[in-house]
Structure formats: structure tokens, C-alpha cells
Design a protein. Structure first.
Length: 187
């Protein structure tokens, strides 16, 4: 239900909140990334600017839950939410678009020259998770396009071979993100 709330509170199909807390009339959070939840979730405020890191974790959680839960209504709900998240990303050219219509700071899942190879791995996991839980062939076709047309697979194999870690040190959070995506793809 918490994962569902991350999407419902934004009022924008497929857009996740980065975080949620109760609304406080006397002391609401300030800043351009804080928003009041849409009705019937106006008792919450939510933080926008969701990142690919959170998408990776949420899709991992949803896809594992889908496999382990026997309740068909809940499985359908998971499929609907995962489909919405994937549609949001695919519909905006593999970029997470925030509630205001612009891209989030760390929401680029395109496989461009300067993009992070880890993001290509996460993008493949997102689309494959959507196919896995919905069985909608358009997700499988998009996955195949990402591989055969856009060469995401060539970037994804370098997801944990970042040359800059020689100079900056290992980012274990990126290792965690990679393993969430690997697990989703391997299943």
C-alpha cells in the first residue's frame, strides 16, 4: 500500500513521489519540490524530483511482490501501477517527468553518450518488469527496441565498470542499484 501511495498522492499517472509525510497546516515543508497531495490524499505532502534510483527499488519491490503474492486482486493492482510507471517513463522518451512537466534531476534513462551505463541497466529492468507483471506485448517490444535499436544492452554490461571509481572510490549504493536491476532481469 505504501508503494501505491507513492504514486497516488502525486495525482499524475505513473509519477512517483520521492517521499511522503503528513500535511501540517502550521508548518508545511517549503521548497519547489514539495507539493500537497491531491484529493483524497490532501492530508499528505509529497516530495517530487524522483530519481532513477527510487524507480529501480520500487520496480524491484513490485515485481518480487507480484511473484510471491497469491491474491489476484493485489497482483492486478501491482500490474496496473507498474504499467503506469513504465508508461510514464516510456511516454516521455525514457525520462522521468516531474509534476511540473520538466525532467527530474536524476531521471534520465536514455542511453546517450554522457549518460550513466547503470541507467541503461535500470531502464531495461523497468521495461522487463512491466512486461513480466502485465504480459502486455508492447513492453516486450519496447524492451527489444531498447536492445536492438538503441543498444542499451551494450551500455548495461558496463553498469558496474565505471572507470571514474579508480579516482573517486567505489559507490556501493550503485552496486546495490545494479543488483536490484540484475535480479529483475535475471528473473
Amino acid at each position: 500500500q505504501g508503494l501505491h501511495l507513492l504514486q497516488a498522492v502525486t495525482g499524475k499517472r505513473g509519477l512517483l513521489a520521492r517521499g511522503i509525510k503528513g500535511w501540517d497546516d502550521e508548518n508545511p515543508e517549503k521548497g519547489s519540490n514539495w507539493h500537497r497531495g491531491v484529493v483524497p490524499f490532501s492530508r499528505y505532502q509529497w516530495l517530487g524530483d524522483v530519481s532513477v534510483d527510487q524507480i529501480d527499488g520500487v520496480l524491484f519491490g513490485y515485481s518480487v511482490a507480484y511473484d510471491l503474492i497469491g491474491d489476484q486482486a493485489l497482483r492486478q493492482s501491482i500490474a496496473n501501477h507498474v504499467g503506469a510507471i513504465s508508461d510514464h517513463i516510456i511516454g516521455h522518451g525514457m525520462i522521468i517527468q516531474d509534476v511540473g512537466g520538466g525532467p527530474t534531476k536524476h531521471g534520465d534513462l536514455k542511453a546517450g553518450f554522457f549518460s550513466e551505463p547503470l541507467n541503461s541497466l535500470i531502464a531495461l529492468a523497468v521495461v522487463k518488469a512491466a512486461y513480466h507483471v502485465t504480459r502486455d506485448e508492447r513492453y516486450q517490444q519496447h524492451y527489444l527496441d531498447l536492445v536492438h535499436v538503441n543498444n542499451y544492452h551494450k551500455r548495461a554490461v558496463r553498469a558496474r565498470d565505471p572507470w571514474w571509481e579508480v579516482f573517486t572510490g567505489v559507490k556501493h549504493s550503485d552496486n546495490n542499484l545494479a543488483f536490484l536491476a540484475y535480479y529483475t532481469l535475471l528473473r
